[in-house]
Design a protein. Structure first.
Length: 223
């Protein structure tokens, strides 16, 4: 893993939100992340790392949605992965055809915005497992809301094409400020390139200084 200040790569990629998933309590990382790299991540986010696969490989951030209460995972996850996660909270498989949970669920410790085509059963699973209120919606017209935004308990960073109506929905649902930004030199899919909780954050290695400033402002790290 390459690290420059708050800019990192995981599994050789700047798409760090695709490969890892952060909460207030733990950081899920792929098996190939080494001990030194884990220490860097733990120091920056102030949570322990947990190494786990999510059924089909290293793209944990895309396949797992999580908060302090638990984890909603792809239905491809096996018993071994589920047992590891159960040591840290409630766990459920997402009962849906669209099951890349990290891509389709934007969640913090109080609320979740989810893909508009998820079923009532899937929404109920998310609500019960993560202990949050759930609403369907889009961000910038994008249904994969987990990649179009980053939500912590302090703020929300979203795709720059977000509409005023979508911002209003997010502000009402999460009861937090919402701001726009990009990552990795202009990518609007900020969820793919940021790991954050209320303690700290990392952005993809290609992220510019001005982009870091927007991330820090949106997520409440600027005083």
């Amino acid at each position: 893993m390459l690290v420059t200040d708050k800019r990192i790569k995981i599994a050789g990629s700047s798409l760090i939100g695709v490969f890892a998933r952060c909460t207030e309590k733990v950081l899920l990382v792929p098996k190939e992340v080494g001990e030194t790299d884990r220490q860097i991540l733990e120091a920056g986010l102030k949570v322990p790392t947990v190494q786990v696969l999510a059924g089909v490989g290293s793209i944990l951030g895309s396949l797992v949605a999580a908060n302090s209460s638990g984890f909603v995972v792809t239905h491809h996850a096996g018993n071994e992965e589920l047992e590891v996660l159960r040591e840290h909270g409630r766990v459920a498989k997402l009962p849906a055809r669209i099951n890349a949970a990290g891509n389709v669920i934007l969640v913090n410790d109080s609320a979740a915005l989810v893909h508009p085509e998820l079923s009532g059963r899937a929404c109920e699973t998310i609500e019960q497992t993560l202990g949050v209120k759930v609403e369907k919606g889009t961000i910038g017209g994008i249904k994969t809301v987990g990649m179009a935004a980053v939500a912590t308990n302090k703020g929300i960073l979203v795709h720059p094409r977000v509409s005023e109506k979508e911002i209003s929905v997010l502000e009402k649902l999460f009861e937090l400020p919402v701001d726009v930004g990009t990552v990795n030199l202009g990518s609007p899919l900020v969820g793919s390139g940021v790991l954050a909780n209320s303690h700290g954050y990392f952005a993809g290695f290609g992220t510019s200084g001005p982009e870091l400033g927007r991330i820090e402002d949106a997520l409440g790290f600027l005083v």
